[in-house]
Ligand binder design. Structure first.
Ligand code: GLN
Length: 538
């Protein structure tokens, strides 16, 4: 029988519910339990796919092609188990399901209401993964903060769920903030008390409180929180600021969060969590023997969350290489022919990021020309790969005004074209080429050397592709197509061999990098940047 854990948040947003959920899941997994995490978001979009990255950070794409919240990226990076559409549900999707059932007559004769119809649909979705039989424990993170108007139906659904399942089958962990008032030199518990009171008003007694804090919470404060919030003192968990999110599982282990959870769920404690490989990763992360500087060129650089998975992929690949990756963000709109050298010459590697639309694209192309000509390691992802193709077309093949039709519909050389399958699509939500597709690698290439095998699978999110009408011209001019989709010959990876590292992928490798499995292309790119650094100092 599956057990359920709900994670809610109070006081403020951004307390790190996703990281706490992922850390708890990691500890339970490390004890031998099969765990998954799902995120329920209170906004009305069907999924975050149509949101600007400035609104909501990166859109994380799953194997089955769902466009989801970036917290699913953390779940995968911590657990090394893929998530799917079922792991991310929004208010929009819940209402869409209920309204289409209403049209089909499933509620014939009834007034369709928030309670019970919307809450029933929420509870049904909360149980889908549990009922699959694949998991012993399902953790459900509720987006938003308790008291928000839009999260009310979810909170009510949790109340009903807890009542239906019983207190040892469904528990609630509430995350709050314990702020430090410098003027009083004191940690304050009142916001936590108020936040729990708000939950109690909706009929939910939290089982465990995780208190985010900048200073250690002493025994007296724990006692006070326990007393005012009706929880055991060992259910008051300190979550102190950490230097890296990857410390949090060990911090939670020290606080015995996993033990307290298992006791409340009446589950066997089994073995102590086996965190050896995790500690090994942390050891390498924290004791680098070298350092590289990598520039990330993109147009959403003011909000690093827009590139969350890329940033984390560098953490994993850096640790693997025992190398500290210093990542600097560069706004592509500010790169021009007359400043590109000054902006890029001190980097050991340049990554050109994914993106949509024309803003900043010429700066990306200018940057790629510079790193190609100056032997600086280059890694292009999706739009970054497409820009590398455009640059090579314009500057090596002499295809004047070569472009992607996304930017210039009338370009004389549409080297990046709209995919045939995309041409008749007008709707914007969930209609790109999404999710995992196979790719076949050519032997003797950098890509093959990185993966060490010929058949791979990577995740996608795009509408445009390399135009195979130009394939021969590119190959004749020295560009190597090292990865192709075996079913339809879509170009998946391009590279150059007269360059230390010049690789572009149409897919998103960053979506598959985890602590346990750092991505091979990121590992090789960081290694190339290290090599570049050595050469420079010698
Ligand atoms: N805008 C490009 C396309 O749709 C690239 C997308 C991306 O970088 N994810 O093909």
């Amino acid at each position: 029988m599956t057990k359920y854990i709900f994670v809610t948040g109070g006081v403020t947003s951004s307390l790190g519910k996703g990281i706490i959920s992922a850390s708890l899941a990691k500890l339970l997994q490390a004890r031998g339990y099969r765990v998954t995490i799902q995120k329920f978001d209170p906004y009305i979009n069907i999924d975050p796919g149509t949101l600007n990255p400035y609104e909501h950070g990166e859109c994380f794409v799953t194997e089955d092609g769902a466009e989801t919240d970036l917290d699913l990226g953390h779940y995968e990076r911590f657990l090394n188990v893929p998530t799917s559409q079922a792991n991310n549900i929004t208010t929009g999707r819940i209402y869409q399901n209920v309204i289409s059932k209403e049209r089909q007559g499933e509620y014939l004769g009834k007034t369709v209401q928030v309670v019970p119809h919307i809450t029933d649909e929420i509870k049904h979705n909360m149980r889908i993964l549990g009922e699959s039989g694949d998991y012993d424990i399902v953790i459900t993170e509720l987006g938003g903060t308790v008291g928000d108007i839009e999260s009310l139906p979810f909170i009510e659904a949790v109340r009903q769920f807890k009542w239906e399942e019983g207190s040892s089958n469904a528990i609630v962990i509430h995350l709050t903030l314990v702020p430090y008032l410098a003027a009083a030199s004191e940690l304050k518990t009142k916001p936590t008390q108020h936040s729990v009171k708000a939950l109690l008003e909706y009929g939910i007694q939290p089982d465990i409180l995780v208190c985010r804090t900048e200073h250690h919470i002493n025994q007296d404060i724990r006692k006070k929180i326990a007393l005012f919030c009706n929880v055991n003192i060992n259910a008051v968990i300190e979550s102190i600021d950490a230097s890296t999110i990857y410390d949090v599982p060990l911090l939670m282990m020290k606080e015995q969060l996993d033990k307290t959870v298992l006791t409340k769920l009446k589950l066997a404690h089994k073995n102590e969590p086996d965190m050896e490989s995790w500690k090994d990763f942390l050891g390498r992360l924290k004791n680098p023997t070298s350092e590289v500087k990598i520039g990330l060129i993109g147009k959403y650089v003011e909000l690093p969350d827009a590139y969350k998975s890329i940033i984390e992929s560098f953490v994993h690949a850096g640790a693997k290489n025992e190398c500290k990756v210093r990542l600097e963000f560069i706004q592509s709109e500010n790169i021009f022919a007359d400043n590109v050298k000054e902006k890029l010459q001190h980097f050991n590697g340049i990554l050109v990021a994914p993106g949509f639309g024309s803003r900043g694209i010429e700066g990306k192309i200018e940057a790629i020309k510079y790193v190609r000509e100056n032997n600086i390691p280059f890694f292009g992802i999706c739009l970054g790969m497409q820009c590398a193709v455009i640059e090579y077309g314009r500057n090596v093949l002499g295809l004047q005004n070569a472009n992607t039709v996304e930017i210039d519909e009338n370009t004389p050389h549409p080297v990046i074209n709209m995919m045939e399958s995309q041409k008749n699509i007008t709707a914007k939500g969930g209609t790109m080429r999404l999710g995992a597709y196979p790719c076949h690698l050519k032997k003797g290439t950098k890509a093959f050397a990185a993966y060490g095998k010929q058949n791979i699978s990577e995740r996608h999110r795009h509408r445009y592709e390399f135009n195979n009408d130009y394939l021969k011209q590119y190959e004749d001019a020295g560009m190597i197509v090292s990865g192709l989709n075996p079913e339809n010959n879509l170009v998946e990876i391009i590279e150059l061999n007269n360059h230390p590292f010049f690789v572009g992928g149409q897919f998103h490798p960053e979506l598959k990098s985890t602590v346990a499995n750092p991505h091979p292309l990121f590992i090789k790119f960081v290694a190339a940047a290290m090599e570049h650094g050595h050469k420079k100092t010698n």
